[in-house]
Write a protein that binds this ligand. Structure first.
Ligand code: ADP
Length: 504
């Protein structure tokens, strides 16, 4: 029995079930909550062994645990990290959390145990885990579906883009050309939407992992200038790209993707004036990459929403305008993936500023991994080796290249390609290949085989819908230009000209 009346009333008023146990494991006191929790009459437990409140399977080992606790007594949770269970008088088990502490009672030391029934919490935890597993399953199923659908959609879309490009080059009659141009725009819109949806699904499925390195911002800005200069000019906007001496520590291709989205928006939502890309140092450890415009601006109460999927300021759902309202939701996911910060300031009628804050990188950082520019003095460009296992895409691309005046060697597999340019045949000037070539072979393997056969660093363009696998397989030093599928005819031809070795 407790010697102190005050102690006893404190224990009775505690919200948890409280037991006092002596060195031999006998219960010397139990409060009212113990009776309620375990289903015993008040005082019924006094003098019994504490092991009686444990399920059978734990009883043997318990005295040893008690002994160890008694030897090094201090306040601590019991069996931390273990799932603990108690046994009710009616034989039902329930999960518990137990906290132990030593208590002096005159000459003897007792162990006080506070016991909490955690059935409800465990149930809630289990429900959360089950819900998360279910959501993960659904998410994976969705990603698998999207990946499969995308592959099957990209191929015909790629064919359409190539055929449209070919027809535009063959047909001169006014109205027919107009129809073809509209068709080209529709194909382009479809490609962009498909790409955005795929980007989102890839980001959600966790398939994209940042590969962080130190890189110089100047190279990135230069790429942006090159990519957006003519678009800005065509809208009569000045594209100002400031010199940036900083390096940042992040994933260069994901940062580039974020900035591309921001610059493209800045141009899209600016009717007159300028778009500016610049950087500055808010502190020793941070670099801010900023995209500013003198555009239409965003109302203050809308800023929080622009990162939502399909959200466009001033456009009610189900009506359309240029874009799909997905660009910034991709940006938002990328920013979170990079653990970075994006800050938006905007004033209606004056313009907007999007600022991406990244950790500073080593001063000695290299530029962006340069796209391959291979081959200095090679024969005049003429022969293109085209390797694509999908006959539809192969024929359409071949037609486009022929219309443009290239000699095309078209193959459906690595074996066929090697045969087409065997010893004694004139080697192609450049290879255009799909990444997945069927039967598990890849365009990278083809490029390696062709380079071995010709004994030259044959320039190569790899078209892929599966950029992440291709990038992984390419690794460093393969000198292959990567192009995401679907690519339209003009883009493909522009890249082909860029990669084509210079004339002798
Ligand atoms: P969208 O495809 O419509 O451009 P985004 O997700 O990229 O989709 O952007 C969402 C919305 O945010 C846009 O529809 C536009 O209303 C607004 N917005 C984004 N960037 C700017 C900007 N630089 N200036 C003004 N409004 C912008």
């Amino acid at each position: 029995m407790l010697s102190n009346q005050l102690n006893q009333s404190i224990l009775e008023s505690a919200p948890d079930a409280m037991l006092l146990v002596d060195a031999g494991g006998r219960i010397v006191y139990s409060n009212r909550q113990v009776s309620a929790l375990f289903g015993y009459e008040p005082r019924e437990l006094i003098g019994r062994s504490i092991e009686g409140l444990l399920p059978e399977r734990f009883r043997d080992r318990h005295p040893a645990h008690r002994g160890r606790y008694a030897a090094g007594m201090r306040v601590r949770p019991m069996g931390s990290g273990l799932a603990l269970f108690a046994l009710r008088k009616d034989g039902a088990e329930f999960p518990v959390e137990i906290s132990l502490s030593p208590v002096r009672d005159g000459e003897r030391t007792l162990i006080a145990a506070a016991i909490r029934d955690v059935t409800k919490r465990k149930q809630a935890e289990a429900a959360v885990i089950a819900a998360r597993e279910e959501a993960d399953r659904a998410n994976h199923a969705k990603s698998r579906f999207l990946a499969a659908a995308s592959h099957d959609l990209r191929q015909p879309l790629q064919s359409l883009a190539m055929l449209n490009g070919s027809l535009l080059r063959m047909i001169t009659e006014g109205r027919a050309r107009e129809a073809l141009e509209l068709q080209g725009q529709a194909i382009g819109a479809m490609s962009r939407l498909l790409n955005s949806l795929l980007d989102i699904s890839k980001l959600e499925s966790g398939a994209i992992r940042p590969e962080v390195t130190d890189f110089r911002v100047a190279a990135l800005f230069e790429d942006l200038r090159r990519e957006f200069m003519s678009l800005a000019e065509s809208k009569g906007l000045e594209l100002r790209v400031e010199l940036c001496q900083d390096s940042v520590h992040s994933d260069p291709s994901l940062v580039e993707q974020i900035l591309k989205n921001l610059v493209s928006n800045a141009i899209k939502y600016t009717r007159e004036g300028w778009v500016q890309i610049r950087c500055h140092h808010p502190s020793q450890s941070l670099v801010r990459l900023e995209v500013l415009d003198s555009g239409i601006g965003i109302p203050r109460d809308q800023i929080a929403h622009i990162f939502e999927e399909f959200y466009q300021v001033g456009v009610s759902p189900n009506t359309t305008r240029e874009g799909y309202g997905l660009g910034l939701s991709i940006v938002d996911r990328l920013v979170r993936l990079l653990d970075a910060r994006l800050d938006v300031q905007s004033e209606v009628g004056k313009g907007s500023r999007f600022a991406l804050e990244l950790p500073v990188g080593a001063a000695s950082a290299m530029g962006l991994p340069a796209a391959s520019r291979i081959g200095a003095a090679r024969p005049r460009p003429r022969r293109v080796l085209l390797v694509e296992d999908d006959a539809g895409v192969r024929n359409a691309t071949q037609m486009l290249l022929r219309v443009e005046g290239f000699a095309v060697l078209a193959a459906g597999s690595i074996g066929e390609a090697l045969q087409l340019s065997g010893p004694g045949d004139e080697a192609p000037d450049i290879v255009i290949t799909d990444y997945h070539l069927g039967s598990g072979s890849t365009g990278i393997q083809l490029v390696a085989a062709m380079r071995e056969q010709t004994g030259t660093m044959l320039p190569a363009i790899l078209i892929t819908g599966d950029t992440s696998s291709a990038v992984k397989e390419i690794g460093a030093g393969h000198a292959v230009r990567l192009v995401s599928k679907p690519v339209d005819a003009d883009e493909l031809l522009a890249i082909l000209r860029e990669e084509m070795p210079a004339r002798r």
